[in-house]
Ligand binder design. Structure first.
Ligand code: MN
Length: 417
């Protein structure tokens, strides 16, 4: 039975009730420490581990590290044990931590008083392309209606290997990239600041434990290697992308910044929100076939705030469940060749677009390549992002009287160098 109330006060509309307990990290003095988020507080896992709160020595050691990689490497039994211990310790009626003033004050701190930092050393980053609606929309715009969905798309989860080095935490400013572009009517390409800067609303998952070179992960064991999820903004330079992408896919159009939300929500916390994804036709090949509910009902929202606005205005509402290919299928496909996984690899879903106009997951699609500008409160319009614009992505599961939220994934555009 999951505790539903903590002795730490949590407001009823918080993204982070005790049922959530997402993992992250914060900086205190010279040290980075792992934490779970609870309401407006962080719970210092190293402080709890050093006080003997976790029975298992390997788990206690992993929780005392400055990144989540060791914990991710331990696997689901350890992830479950950590969660069970934390749920027990933080419950309203549990006196051990509640009534130990010294440990409580050391371990539970207001989030406003610490710096939340990147909790994972990300080894590899892969970006999928798993929304049928997104792939269709982009295909129509780039190649025309007849070639919208490539012949492979319904048979395998398409992806490219991205750059882990430019994955940044929510709040990090994003500099407008410069690159090579060529206008349709220009004779020759030119180099300069991107003019069609866009976002892509995605969600990502972190992997663990490690697998060995040459050993695929079968689909029925794929979720054993998924620690938890975060929001991902795959910032995209559309004019650079359009000129460079054939035949090998995105390169500089995507490698200047990828922003993630700071709190990693575990599959255990998401379990009540498991649901079926879209029907798959044609039936996937056996190595991609899975039974049962394979995805999660996670609501997604994008807000845009220009320098003239006081608060972000919602420009898109969508849902993670629209994705055609599941995380298990992505992971099984990724490792089918024997490509190894390491704890802390990041895999992102690809832009999540839904069936309606408001559920489109990028400005390229919302504005249909600039032909239908977004109208903002106050009278401004946008086709693509301008310098000073701030993008705020949110995601949450709506429970009965509570929500399992991801917090926000935020970034502000700075002018090109
Ligand atoms: Mn993407």
């Amino acid at each position: 039975m999951v505790a539903t109330r903590s002795f730490v006060p949590v407001s009823p509309d918080s993204d982070f009730p005790i049922q959530n307990l997402p993992f992250g990290a914060f900086r205190a003095g010279d040290e980075t420490r792992l934490a779970v988020r609870l309401g407006d507080h962080v719970v210092d896992l190293r402080a709890l581990a050093e006080a003997g709160s976790f029975d298992d020595a390997a788990l206690a050691d992993a929780l005392a590290q400055p990144t989540l990689n060791a914990l991710m490497g331990l696997g689901r039994p350890a992830w479950r044990a950590a969660r069970a211990t934390l749920l027990r310790l933080l419950a309203e009626d549990e006196p051990r931590l509640r009534d130990d003033a010294a440990l409580r004050d050391r371990a539970i701190r207001p989030v406003a008083e610490v710096d939340v930092v990147m909790p994972v050393t990300i080894g590899d980053y892969t970006d999928f392309y798993s929304s049928r609606e997104h792939a269709t929309n982009v295909g129509i715009m780039f190649r025309g209606k007849d070639n919208a969905l490539m012949p492979n798309w319904l048979h395998l989860p398409v992806a490219y290997h991205g750059r882990a080095s430019s994955v940044v935490l929510s709040g990090t400013p994003v500099r407008r990239p410069s690159g090579q572009t060529k206008a349709d009517d220009a004779e020759a390409p030119s180099f300069g600041p991107c003019r069609l800067l866009d976002y892509e609303y995605e969600m990502g998952f972190f992997t663990g434990p490690a697998t060995r070179l040459g050993e695929p992960v079968p689909i029925d064991r794929a979720t054993d290697h998924i620690f938890g999820m975060c929001i991902v903004n795959d910032w995209s330079a559309r004019d650079i992308q359009k000129w460079e992408y054939q035949p090998l896919g995105p390169f500089l159009a995507k490698n200047f910044a990828t922003t993630i939300s700071p709190w990693i929500v575990t599959l255990e916390a998401l379990e009540p929100f498991r649901c079926a994804g879209p029907a798959q036709d044609p039936e996937p090949l056996p190595y991609l076939r899975a039974t049962g509910e394979q995805t999660y009902d996670i609501r997604l929202e994008v807000g845009l705030q220009t320098p003239a606005m006081d608060a972000p205005a919602p420009i898109s509402l969508s849902n993670f469940r629209y994705l055609y290919w599941s995380m298990a299928q992505q992971l099984a496909h990724h490792t089918a060749t024997g490509c190894p996984l390491n704890p802390g690899d990041l895999m992102a879903s690809g832009t999540i677009s839904g069936p309606t106009k408001e559920s489109r997951g990028s400005m390229l699609e919302l504005c249909w390549r600039g032909t239908e500008p977004i109208e903002l409160p106050g009278g401004e319009t946008r086709k693509f992002l301008q310098d000073g614009d701030t993008l705020v992505m949110r995601a949450w599961c709506e429970g009965d009287g509570y929500r399992i939220g991801f917090g926000e994934c935020r970034g502000t555009i700075e002018p090109a160098l």
